[in-house]
Design a protein around this ligand. Structure first.
Ligand SMILES: Nc1ncnc2c1ncn2[C@@H]1O[C@H](COP(=O)(O)OP(=O)(O)OP(=O)(O)O)[C@@H](O)[C@H]1O
Length: 542
């Protein structure tokens, strides 16, 4: 477990990048804002609304966030959370009549007017980083470049500043490594460091929009430690997440959005996972939902078997999945569990996939050639980077794998295609103004549902789901679990890889656990508990 380290260093050259230390001093004394009544909210919103063509995304939002408070903002997919944050960030102009104050000063939403260099800072879902660049360069893009003689960039100084900034967030990171090679939590840390750059007062608001959506479950604790460190600076935090356990670990208060309206604001201590899920979705939701499918008999005929399957991390994996079985592959980041999904789906070059596979009762074949030819449907963990076709509509994203089905002698049948799209929008309750709307106009969770639909709609005999409910709200999660259960009842075989034990507990009747690329445990039926999964995942490398 990493804790926040506040390093007191030589004060000479680093005043400009002295993030936490400077902020702490100001936060302790409120020196920069002695005139402010401590009860004045950091952020006050009144009657904030936002209308898009065909969608009234925010309807009269009122919100007060106190100094030093961590406020969670929760709600179903499409309830308006990201829109509110984008209005705050100046990305969207709100409807007329919306009012806002920051530290008691009125400012215009939809622009940075009136905010000057004040401390309303954001880490958006996409993190806003340039992955080809390293942490030094990314931080310099926000903070400006240190220059030396002749106005040249002083890279030594730049690097020292970056190392210090990152170290203060309690993370040991090679700041020269391109962020494309960094882990998801390392990238999030760089994004938070960039957002806090130049923060010189304890009062302010850091907005984190689903910072853990793509983080392995096991790294969430590290991120929450960092958020607590930011709170200790005296900063307030607005924290958006679908992971309810995190809300209880970090938030003082919770605000619930439903269909663009604030429907509740409560102290987190008054709530539990079930009551919060009910505030978000209604009382039909079960936050501890499990399919509870029977364990498939060991001699059931397999849909797919692999032996000695190896990639970069995965070593000599052997497993088989039967018709109607939902098999989990669990493991921490780097255990091989995430890579296993991509190997099995043939989503790696054939030369990088070693071992053998067998379909049904057929003969064993070299895995690389067979899996890359077969290309089993995969819902990848990184929806935005690997699945969504940003230039396509919702309908086109849904049908891209199955266009052949609508072909007639006269070309594509629009009628059949439309009926198919309507059916899947209904089945997955995808919130969209019209099927031909751009997929980018959908909320993140609704995009995830489209990708899920694309995979399931091709009537496969086996699908591979990597982190299938990342960014998906608690009610939709249950709907997705139930749909997968129904398809498994009809014979679909499913392989789920997830660092989130919630998915594995809800879906799987058997789970293999990887560590160091090897299978270290196999759990079935009643043996699959949160504790047993985590214990097996933590077991030492072989
Ligand atoms: N640029 C846009 N154009 C049209 N509609 C939009 C646009 N951005 C958002 N919307 C719509 O506004 C509504 C609210 O979306 P928003 O992204 O704020 O939801 P959210 O609560 O953040 O959801 P999620 O939890 O899935 O991220 C949705 O119906 C969405 O489709």
């Amino acid at each position: 477990m990493i804790t926040i380290i506040l390093v007191k260093t030589d004060s000479s050259a680093q005043a400009t990048t002295d993030l936490l230390e400077g902020a702490l001093a100001a936060g302790n004394t409120a020196a920069d804002a002695p005139q402010l009544d401590p009860d004045t909210p950091v952020l006050r919103l009144r009657n904030v609304s936002k209308t898009f063509p065909g969608t009234h995304a925010l309807k009269g939002i009122d919100l007060d966030i106190a100094p030093g408070e961590v406020r969670a903002l929760v709600g179903q997919n499409g309830s308006g959370k990201s829109t509110l944050i984008k209005v705050l960030a100046g990305y969207h102009a709100p409807d007329p009549g919306s009012e806002s104050w920051f530290n008691g000063e009125e400012f215009h939403l939809g622009s940075r007017d009136g905010l000057g260099s004040s401390h309303l800072r954001f880490v958006h879902q996409d993190l806003g980083l340039v992955l080809e660049m390293n942490a030094v360069e990314n931080l310099a893009l926000t903070a400006g470049f240190a220059t030396g003689l002749g106005g040249r960039v002083d890279w030594g100084e730049q690097r020292r500043r970056a190392e210090e900034t990152i170290a203060r967030l309690g993370v040991d990171l090679d700041v020269r490594k391109p962020l494309a090679e960094a882990t998801p939590v390392e990238r999030t840390v760089v994004a938070i460091a960039a957002a806090l750059t130049g923060w010189e007062s304890g009062r302010g608001l850091l907005v984190l929009d689903e910072p853990t959506a793509v983080l392995p479950h096991t790294e969430v604790g590290r991120l929450l430690d960092i958020v607590r460190g930011v709170q200790r600076m005296g900063a307030s935090v607005l924290y958006v997440s679908h992971r309810l356990d995190e809300i209880f670990a970090i938030a003082d208060k919770v605000t619930v959005l439903r269909d663009g309206r604030v429907t509740a604001t409560r102290d987190a201590a008054e709530l539990n996972t079930q009551s919060l899920a009910e505030l978000m979705v209604g009382d039909q939701v079960d936050a501890a939902f499990r399919l509870g499918r029977p364990v498939v008999a060991a001699d059931a005929s397999p849909v797919l078997s692999v032996r000695n399957l190896s990639g970069v991390q995965v070593k000599d994996l052997g497993l088989s999945v039967a018709r109607g079985e939902i098999l989990g592959i669990a493991g921490f980041a780097g255990s091989g569990a995430d890579e296993a999904a991509y190997l099995l789906a043939g989503a790696r070059p054939a030369g990088e996939i070693q071992g053998e596979i067998r379909r049904g009762d057929g003969s064993w074949e070299p895995a690389g050639a067979a899996l890359t030819r077969q290309r089993l449907p995969l819902v990848p963990a990184d929806r935005a980077g690997e699945a969504v076709v940003a230039d396509f509509s919702v309908a086109d994203n849904l049908t891209v794998r199955v266009l052949d089905r609508f072909r007639t002698l006269l070309g594509l049948s629009a009628r059949r295609e439309n009926a198919f799209v309507e059916e899947w929008i209904k089945r997955l309750e995808i919130k969209v103004s019209a099927p031909d709307a751009s997929i980018m106009s959908l909320s993140g969770g609704n995009q995830q549902k489209v990708i899920m639909g694309r995979c399931l709609a091709s009537d496969p005999s086996l699908v591979i789901l990597a982190e299938p409910t990342a960014g998906v709200d608690v009610g939709t999660r249950q709907a997705i679990y139930e749909l997968i259960g129904q398809l498994a009842d009809d014979g679909l075989a499913v392989i789920v890889t997830s660092t989130d034990t919630t998915d594995l507990l809800a879906l799987c009747s058997r789970v293999v656990v990887l560590n160091g690329g090897h299978v270290v445990a196999e759990l079935a039926g009643e043996q699959i508990t949160d504790q047993a999964l985590l214990a097996a995942m933590e077991a030492g490398d072989r």
